[in-house]
Design a protein around this ligand. Sequence first.
Ligand code: AMP
Length: 493
Amino acid sequence: MPTGYAIGMVLPEEMNMTLKFDTLGLIKPILEAITLSGYTSPTAVQAQAVPEALAGRDLLVSSQTGSGKTAAFMLPALQALSEPAKVAGRGVRVLVLTPTRELAMQVTKAAETYGRNLKRIKTVSIVGGMPYPVQNRLLKAGADILVATPGRLLDQMQSGRVDLSRLEILVLDEADRMLDMGFKDDLEAIVAQTPAERQTLLFSATIDNNIARLATGMLKDPVRIDVSGQQAKHENIEQRLHFADDMAHKNRLLDHLLRDADMLQAIVFTSTKRAADDLASDLHAQGFAAGALHGDMKQSARTRTLQALRKGGIRVLVATDVAARGIDVQGISHVINYDLPRQAEDYVHRIGRTGRAGKNGIAISFANVREQFTVRSIERFTSQAIPVSVIPGLEPKQRIFDKKPGTAMKKFGAKRPHSSGSGSGSSFGGGARTPASAPGGTGNKGSEGAANWSKPAGAFAGKFAGKREGAQDRGWGDKKPSTPRTTQRRTVA
Ligand code: AMP
């Protein structure tokens, strides 16, 4: 295993630029494909996972999307496929299980990209929402690598269309999310039909007790790799908090931010599918190249939307949590939490949509005074303060008791607020003042504005009621969860 490598994320300054891919034990065709992808140095998770996986070890890895984890399992898997199969026949040799269709598609693309110089490696993706006849044809034609969401794979296995008897490598990607989505029983049923001598690589954003239990049943003497620490901090992402008095104020803030010249592409998060649709169409009506992405949309519409996002046809994607998970589009300069996530963990996933592959990103959250508790719980979860920002002319009128522009929550007061970026509070000369008394403020103090919060006003008024996105989404239309692990995480309002 390489030594002296600073554990980190895909940040150029955090990567050990002297470490090269050719020290990891990869074969030439794969190294050439990596070069074609433009990667110069392995990320921390790649540097640690690839040599161990090539040595045949089971892995238990905590790392998040954006860390380069896909290549960390796909490169060794492809190398294994460059060798003759251990068992004769036509069955799948590598199986990657992912929680969502979107992630499955990204993994499939990664297999094709990194495997472009390897002959006769066929990757097939089996996900919920795809027509069965198409899937049946694909499965009949045979695959070396199968990338699948658990629900649909199990259906296909039960119909006798998938043979896992000669499986060599099993990858569980974003295992924590698969448990969250209620796939535990499906996972166990799938794994029970794979050979005991398989190699298993488990990747998860966090390793909690549930993951540890799952790992105990599936992994043999795994090498434990942890690159989640720095990654979770998202140090390349500048975080800001804007207090908004009411919906109309939120919409004015959003409009201002979206017109910022530095805003290349943004993902705006809402808490309900309906709000995502409504906000996207209102933004569209105002001339923004906006689109919605949520779990009620047909797969073909989601694919089209994501393609448009990738190609730049969509500049503002309004999305819900489950639908946006795993989106890897390097042009996303801003993530805007139009609605705060209910769970701090979702905040981390949301902001991780920007600052991809070594770039910097900006994550902006809107909150009202009553949501200070939610903000605090996010700050506790990430151990990072979110500095308050105020845009001149768009100051909140309500008094904020705990947070002042340009400062962090008191608890985290030791940390300096961000000073870069046009919107940071410190640039407005009001660092020590409350928003109500900040320059341009109306002096409208007290809580009178708070009463307006529940009454949407302004251009987008009256539209933002709706079902909160939940497990029903199944992120991508997979089958209904059998035993939701954290029901409270995914409740429907
Ligand atoms: P992942 O964590 O697998 O979703 O990867 C996040 C992003 O990092 C993807 O856009 C990859 O193409 C990119 N990436 C993966 N490995 C590297 C690397 N060694 N250097 C630069 N970018 C990378």
